[in-house]
Design a protein around this ligand. Structure first.
Ligand SMILES: Nc1ncnc2c1ncn2[C@@H]1O[C@H](COP(=O)(O)OP(=O)(O)OP(=O)(O)O)[C@@H](O)[C@H]1O
Length: 254
């Protein structure tokens, strides 16, 4: 029997007034690293807001491990960890206090919180930072704390919305490598929104989003082959009909 998808998005739409920000988008994700690639305004953040239940879709449904967000939002969200585009730590609280607060919100007990946060902080080489206020951490380490927090509940699906924006190249590479490792070693399913082509090139699958529509979902190499393009960037331009002079300026290693 085929494995049930971790995430199933079924013809989901969302309008802001007359603007259709997400237009009848459907896809399924299994385990592995999936890059959601699209320029500014493609609808990536709006799609994340739908996946996380912040907005209800105008139409369609979203299932996490078969659980519909329309029928049972809390149970569906319990399968998910999220790192939003905007940093969301209390900078005056310590790293540990930020993790404790989140874990308590999710109903975790004291011993479980201690064990899980110790393990996640150690994996991310943040053990020594546990008692420091988040304000004292570098941007890269703050993002790692957000990742540790998202992983506390052992989610099956991890959503990361432009998580490397503002990070220096070394911090960006380290965060990306760590999330790839989680996919390989723990069978996690990751949806990683980005407008950076080099991040998409490393993904198991790329989902190409443009003007609210999902244009393709395939391995990076297959997208290149299917469009007979010389690179993934050219494959994107081929699929979207955009020109390289357009608004999408994805640069590698900036
Ligand atoms: N709250 C809102 N009210 C009205 N329009 C919105 C709102 N949020 C987003 N939009 C519009 O919806 C479209 C999709 O925006 P969205 O932020 O989802 O795209 P994105 O791919 O995440 O872009 P970015 O990379 O810039 O974050 C854009 O045209 C945007 O201006």
């Amino acid at each position: 029997m085929p494995e049930q998808p971790v995430l199933s998005v079924e013809s989901v739409s969302k309008h802001y007034g007359a603007l259709c920000a997400v237009n009848k988008v459907s896809f399924q994700l299994g385990k592995g690293f999936h890059a959601l690639l699209g320029p500014n305004g493609a609808g990536k953040s709006t799609l994340f807001q739908l996946l996380t239940g912040l907005f209800a879709p105008d139409q369609g449904d979203i299932l996490l491990n078969g659980i519909s967000i329309r029928r049972d939002l809390p149970q569906a969200l319990a399968q998910m960890g999220v790192v939003f585009q905007q940093p969301a730590l209390d900078l005056d609280l310590s790293v540990q206090a930020n993790l404790d607060f989140y874990a308590r919100l999710h109903g975790m007990g004291k011993a479980d919180i201690r064990a899980r946060s110790t393990a996640e902080l150690a994996q991310l080489e943040l053990t020594k930072a546990a008692t420091k206020p988040c304000r004292a951490l570098s941007g890269g380490n703050r993002r790692k704390v957000e990742l540790a927090r998202a992983l506390l509940t052992r989610p099956r699906l991890l959503l990361m919305d432009e998580a490397t924006v503002g990070l220096d190249p070394a911090s960006r590479a380290a965060l990306l490598a760590y999330v790839h490792r989680l996919c390989r070693e723990q069978g996690l399913s990751v949806l990683w929104a980005t407008h950076l082509i080099d991040e998409a090139e490393q993904a198991d699958q790329v989902l190409v989003m443009h003007k609210g529509k999902l244009l393709a979902q395939a391995k990076p190499a297959d997208l290149v082959e299917q469009t007979a393009a010389p690179s993934l960037l050219d494959a994107f331009f081929h699929l979207s009909g955009d020109s390289p002079q357009g608004s999408f300026q994805p640069f590698a290693n900036l």
